[in-house]
Design a binder for this molecule. Structure first.
Ligand SMILES: [Zn+2]
Ligand SMILES: [Zn+2]
Length: 258
């Protein structure tokens, strides 16, 4: 879940937590978009010097709602070459988890950004999906992340390649299995053009076969999105065979029954 520090979310952590309690959730986590080493990298994340403020906002929600487990995380962009920066971030606070996400398939194209939609029309979807899954595989291999976020974000605007992508999915899942990174069932996909949870049933079936753990996220950018469509997500996980899910504390995973 996010905070206004990323400039495209609304509501303070205390409001998200209040909503979670209303819904009867027992545990939530914040994972706002992490700062980049360069603050001018893009315009949809907190600055480096706001990291402490972010942590303070989450701590405030923890203090206000002691009856709710509130985890402290970050959604970290995986870009090859940024590993040292990510390790630096990891040392700054006692994080419960890092979600590794790929939004950039090159240093300048954040392909899920609606402002950059026109670039999809100039490219071959299969090439974009290949680049996306190669980066996602590297993210999983890096061992820097407890969770891999929205693992088929490339489908967001429905630019589906006609080619078979099974080999791309399998390479990613083999890497995730090796480093014990969980795949997130992210319900935000249902609110986008693709109208489908990230990742697809097909990828989730392959994930189950490969022994990759799962976890759940609403990717809420507003208090009203907290826990959105979790019933569907749990049903999907169970329908492909999952009976356990992962949760996280101090960057270690533990398993809970589903
Ligand atoms: Zn966001
Ligand atoms: Zn994301």
């Amino acid at each position: 879940m996010h905070t206004p520090l990323c400039h495209h979310a609304v509501g303070e952590p205390v409001e998200y937590a209040a909503r979670a309690l209303e819904l009867g959730l027992t545990e939530i986590g914040f994972s706002d978009h992490s700062p980049m080493a360069r603050d001018d990298f893009d315009d949809w994340r907190m600055r480096s010097d706001q990291l402490d403020e972010y942590v303070m906002k989450v701590r405030e929600a923890q203090q206000r709602f002691p009856q709710l487990a509130i985890k402290l995380g970050l959604e970290v962009d995986y870009i090859p070459g940024h590993e040292a920066w990510i390790r630096d971030l990891a040392r700054r606070h006692p994080w419960d988890y890092f979600i590794g996400s790929v939004h950039y398939v090159s240093d300048s194209w954040d392909f899920d950004n609606p402002k950059k939609l026109s670039q999809w029309k100039e490219r071959d979807p299969f090439q974009v999906w290949t680049a996306y899954f190669q980066r996602l595989t590297q993210a999983a291999e890096s061992g820097l992340f407890q969770i891999i976020g929205h693992a088929d974000l490339a489908k967001k605007f429905c630019f589906y390649p006609p080619q078979d992508c099974t080999h791309l999915f399998k390479a990613f899942l083999a890497a995730a299995q090796k480093t014990r990174a969980a795949v997130e069932l992210n319900t935000a996909g249902l609110r986008k053009d693709c109208r489908e949870i990230y990742p697809s049933r097909r990828i989730l079936e392959l994930a189950f076969d490969a022994g990759v753990p799962v976890t759940f996220g609403s990717d809420a950018h507003a208090p009203g999105e907290v826990g959105a469509d979790f019933t569907n997500a749990v049903e999907l996980a169970r329908s492909v065979g999952y009976r356990k899910f992962s949760r996280f504390a101090r960057r270690q995973s533990e398993t809970a029954p589903l």
